[in-house]
Design a protein around this ligand. Sequence first.
Ligand SMILES: Cc1ncc(COP(=O)(O)O)c(C=O)c1O
Length: 361
Amino acid sequence: MYTFKTLKLVPSDNDLQQSEVIDLRSDTVTKPDVRMRQAMFDAEVGDDGYGEDPTINLLEEKTSKLFEKEAAIFLPSGLMGNLIVAGLQMREVRNLDDGTLDMTELLGKIRPEFPDPHEPYTTLVCIENTHNYCGGTILPIEWIDQLGKLTKERNIPLHMDGARVFNAAVSLGVPVSRIVKHCDSVTFCLSKGLGAPIGSVLVGEKLFIEKARRIRKVLGGAMRQAGIVAAAGLYALDNCVERLADDHKNAKKIAYAIQRIASPNVTVNLDALQTNILLVNINSSGVDAKYFVSELIKVDADGCDSMSNNKIRSTAVRIAQINDARVRIVTHKNITDKDVDMAIEKIKYVIGKIDASCSSQ
Ligand SMILES: Cc1ncc(COP(=O)(O)O)c(C=O)c1O
């Protein structure tokens, strides 16, 4: 017979405390805090298959208003949102360092519906804002406006993968609706910097969202009493947007600390840093990004000559490797001021080690 464990309704903040691992790999690692879990616990739910989950309905209404679009649909992931919008065939346009695209190259790649029946024709243009692999860069609003006008003239919808569009809005000090004014559809993620455990939302015109509801079902993404997770999304929109500014400030603090070391081997590009994603370059021939990542995780408490050194060495800092010469550091809601300071100390320690080993080669 199944025996139920004692049900502890809502854990205390202590239960949710982070260990000595400072996880800067991504803003997807954020854990729902006590108040967010309480909102999930309290959520009114119903069968969303019949449109009867009041919490999901509220989230969809709220987001369509925030983005000033006709309708919205709650989805399990950002990828599903992009898949629903983008279909199957992709034609890539190389992005520039700031996350924008070269308009001439883009226009050259657009395939018209007529006259050539042999080629697939362009049905969508997609952009990403903020741009993850360019280092969380913000696309200039005027550039998006201009692109939106060009795509409209050609009758091609413009979609924004706005997984982190709230980071852009907070950094620019404008509402998200202004950023996406000339976009026909937008996906944004509740499960990244906003800190919800699951979920993304796709917004756009009413008819388009009705079609998206059908495609979500076909993709196996229909949900039932998912108001439990939509409640976390609502909580995030009400309580976790403005605080994204803290993540941006923390990313800057780490970046300036690395720049101050003036290492010839490990550098940052401060101009590219606009939000919560910091790209760090490993310029050394003797050491690669993999080594940097593994040294930051390494916990080595032996042979320390002082208490503070001991603490630095016993702190594991996790970051993500992008390629052989580049790593990514992402600040988020679960990173405290103390975590930032400890991470900086550990980063300094590892860069010191790299510089010493490179200069002795
Ligand atoms: C810019 C961007 N778009 C889309 C996604 C996909 O989101 P999900 O993991 O919810 O499918 C990610 C994930 O990190 C992302 O960074």
